[in-house]
Design a protein around this ligand. Structure first.
Ligand code: ATP
Length: 387
């Protein structure tokens, strides 16, 4: 082999070595990536393994912080226990927080506020669509609600200038289905406020042991969404007259009520939040809730009279294709009906027209609907109308 042939062969060999090197480098990179991935998997599995090996913790609510420790109440069995808590955890713990405890009831962690429970129990509407014009026959009530709830929200400076505190909340009372929820929604619409609704019965039934915490959550949620209208329906469930009995259920309702009152008392610095509560059982209410600074405006929402019934029928038939129907006559015929019943009467009349394969609704459909509604009342024994 001549020297130049040798040089050529060496060059070829060198480039071959370079090619092999590049290929091996690529393989090495792939292997390294795979190793990284597998190490990640091992870590995750190790963590899972650890979690599976540690015993589960129980969920409880911290009821009271004392010098000797914390009183916790276990969810499920409602057992109350005085237990120890480490100084660091104690710093971040407030009464009403949910905590996780071990077999010997020591507090291990403080749990985050539970978003799910909130979502389940509270209905939040950014700006409801109901307007005052959708409400029939409650002009006086609308005026009062606007004065007590709307004005303080939209013209708070004027209240400052006059030097009076606006009412914290108003209480609407009257029979079911008379438009109390509608009133609250309409105020929220008019003031561009978020409407947050919660039923009093939810506060005391579904979440035994958590009522006070839910009340706190409710007001917290409202302050995150200012301006906001908090609407507590069936407030009588929380604020019913105190009884002498000392069962744990009653104690729970008491605690929920105390939390509600304290939230309302601390209202001045709360900004643009107003509370509207509603009840069908005004007679059951604990007077403590009616003291000044709390629900100091009581507004009665009665069943509609004849003129109001006419207006409500007009509202609910607005979009309907009516064939010469005398609403005034119907208003006379529906003595004792609530707004909700008038609304379903209109729908029912529409159903009769559809059943008859018509698109226009006649007076006879309303009469058939009336007959049906009064029959239903008899059969269920519910004395809503025609009783
Ligand atoms: P509850 O005490 O059972 O919660 P409520 O007084 O809050 O009842 P709403 O929920 O406001 O009653 O009314 C139920 C439905 O009845 C409304 O969606 C509406 O269709 C109709 N309605 C009730 N009152 C009126 C009214 N004054 N004008 C027009 N519609 C009404």
């Amino acid at each position: 082999m001549t020297p130049s042939e040798r040089l050529g062969a060496l060059r070829e060999h060198y480039s071959e070595v370079l090619r092999v090197n590049a290929k091996l480098q690529q393989q090495l990179n792939t292997a390294e990536r795979r190793q990284e991935k597998l190490t990640g998997q091992v870590d995750r599995l190790q963590r899972e393994n650890e979690t599976l090996k540690t015993s589960s913790l129980y969920v409880a609510t911290a009821e009271e912080l004392l010098d000797d420790g914390v009183v916790i109440k276990q969810h499920g069995n409602n057992q109350e226990v005085l237990t120890e808590v480490s100084p660091t955890l104690r710093e971040e713990l407030d009464a009403g927080d949910r905590v996780a405890v071990n077999d010997s009831f020591s507090v291990k962690t403080v749990l985050e506020a539970e978003a799910d429970a909130r979502a389940q129990a509270m209905q939040v509407e950014q700006r409801p669509e109901t307007v005052y014009d959708d409400i029939g026959g409650l002009e006086e009530q609308i005026r009062e609600v606007r004065e007590a709830v709307e004005q303080p929200l939209v013209r708070s400076e004027q209240f400052d200038a006059v030097g009076i505190d606006p009412p914290s909340g108003v209480l609407l009372h009257g029979p079911p289905g008379t438009g109390k929820t509608m009133l609250a929604k309409a105020v929220a619409n008019e003031t561009n406020a978020t409407f947050i609704k919660m039923a009093g019965s939810e506060l005391v039934q579904k979440f035994i042991g958590e009522g006070a915490r839910l009340v706190r959550d409710l007001f917290e949620l409202a302050s995150e969404h200012e301006p906001a209208i908090i609407f507590i329906d069936e407030v009588d469930a929380v604020a019913s007259t105190r009884t002498e009995s000392k069962t744990s259920g009653d104690a729970e309702v008491q605690r929920t009520m105390m939390q509600l009152l304290s939230e309302m008392d601390g209202f001045d610095d709360r900004g643009e939040i107003r509370i509207i509560a509603a009840t069908n059982r005004f007679d059951m209410l604990d007077r403590a809730i009616l003291r000044p600074g709390r629900f100091d405006r009581l507004i009665e929402v009665p069943k509609p009279d004849e003129t109001a019934r006419g207006r409500i029928l007009e509202i609910h038939t607005q979009e309907m294709n009516l064939d010469d129907v005398d609403l005034t006559g119907l208003a006379t015929d529906t003595d004792g009906f609530t707004g909700a019943e008038l609304s379903s009467l209109a729908t029912e009349a529409g159903m009769f027209a559809i059943r008859d394969d018509r698109t226009a609704v006649r007076l006879e459909d309303f009469h058939d609907a009336l007959e049906k509604v009064s029959d239903e009342d008899d059969s269920t024994g519910v004395p809503i109308a025609f009783a």
